[in-house]
Design a protein around this ligand. Structure first.
Ligand code: AHM
Ligand code: MG
Length: 339
């Protein structure tokens, strides 16, 4: 056996969080404990997804979620695992999940200072085919006078203290960022049972000729979106190269690739879905924070900065464009001509 160079100074997520905590003199450790519970929920969801075909979890569970989509058995399990982990952390006062119509309030923890928003298994229509899915999360710190009601969570993404996502793909990848901080990526080491820091301080390429959108909706697109996507496919410049298209149909997987390689991911509002498809609170805003902190941009279909959008209801939807700084700027510029 050749001499393998072994790293004996591994940065695990636990170590990373502990080191982050010591940077904040006022920190009580509550946030760190909450992150440990989050980490456990990701590990357990990853475990069940990996075993799902074996233990026959795939297929419809016979119930549908509040937002009308068919719900898979794994959606139910992912949701239950996530909620149990958040509740048992003792640090979460209330929680919004895509799978639950109402706000969940943990009455047993009236003094908990955090609120969590999540889509426990995003992209679940891909599950049966073994395509990557993910968990998206955001964390708000509640004001002192918070009552544990929906209104506590109808806040802009700029109020998030942390956000991120986990992608259950060929490997399990966790991306997390704190308000105003860097973006850090971790890879699950199944043998160690730990998330290992593999992508410190992620910075997006400023541009890249890749676009990611469900082109099947183009019939319904508004003019500026049509013009913008066409400009990528039919470059004006003689000899200009058209963009590559990549669309998995799992926001987390499409966003993760976009974060690493650069380019743009879009799910615009259109004539059929006038408010867009993706949810502001637990899909768009957490992703927008990750993209901005990695040097990219994120806007809605009105070209407002996504992080400033305040939802009126916890399950409100929005059009979304996320990506490299220059790529999103092109979208904004085309829309300006129509304004
Ligand atoms: P879900 O939360 O019900 O899984 O739906 C969200 C998913 C996203 O992951 C993905 O970007 C989008 O829906 C794909 O939608 P479409 O099939 O319309 O392209
Ligand atoms: Mg979703």
């Amino acid at each position: 056996v050749g001499a393998e160079k072994i790293n004996t100074d591994i940065v695990t997520l636990t170590r990373f969080l502990t080191e982050e905590q010591t940077k904040h003199k006022e920190a009580t450790g509550d946030f760190t404990l909450l992150c440990h519970a989050l980490q456990f929920s990701f590990k357990s969801i990853a475990y069940y997804i990996r075993r799902s075909t074996l233990i026959n979890l795939t297929g419809l569970a016979g119930s549908s979620n509040t937002t009308g989509d068919d719900q898979k058995k794994l959606d139910v399990i992912g949701n239950d695992l996530f909620i149990a982990a958040m509740k048992s952390s003792g640090r979460v006062r209330c929680l919004v999940s895509e799978e639950e119509e109402d706000l969940i309030v943990f009455e047993e923890h009236p003094n908990a200072r955090y609120a969590v928003v999540c889509d426990p298994i995003d992209g679940s229509s891909n599950l049966d085919a073994g395509v990557s899915v993910g968990t998206i999360f955001g964390i708000f710190k509640l004001p002192r006078d918070a009552k544990g009601v929906k209104e506590d969570l109808l806040r802009p993404g700029t109020d998030l203290v942390a956000s991120g996502f986990t992608m259950y793909g060929a490997s399990t990848q966790l991306v997390i960022t704190m308000r105003g901080g860097t973006v850090n990526g971790f890879t699950m080491d199944n043998a160690l049972g730990e998330f290992i820091l593999t992508h410190p301080n992620m910075r997006m390429p400023k541009k890249r000729a890749i676009y990611s959108v469900n082109e099947g909706n183009s019939l319904y697109w508004e003019e500026p979106v049509k013009e913008y996507i066409n400009s990528l496919k039919y470059p004006e410049k003689e000899g200009g190269k058209p963009y590559s298209a990549r669309y998995i149909g799992s926001m987390v997987a499409d966003a993760y690739r976009t974060l690493l390689y650069g380019g743009i991911f879009a799910y615009p509002a259109d004539k059929k879905s006038t408010k867009g498809k993706l949810r502001i609170l637990y899909e768009c805003a957490p992703m927008a924070m990750v993209f901005e902190n990695a040097g990219g941009q994120a806007v809605n279909s009105n070209m407002d900065r996504l992080l400033t959008v305040v939802p009126q209801h916890i399950h409100d939807r929005s059009g979304v464009f996320l990506g490299s700084y220059d790529e999103v700027q092109k979208v904004i510029d085309v829309h300006k001509k129509y304004a």
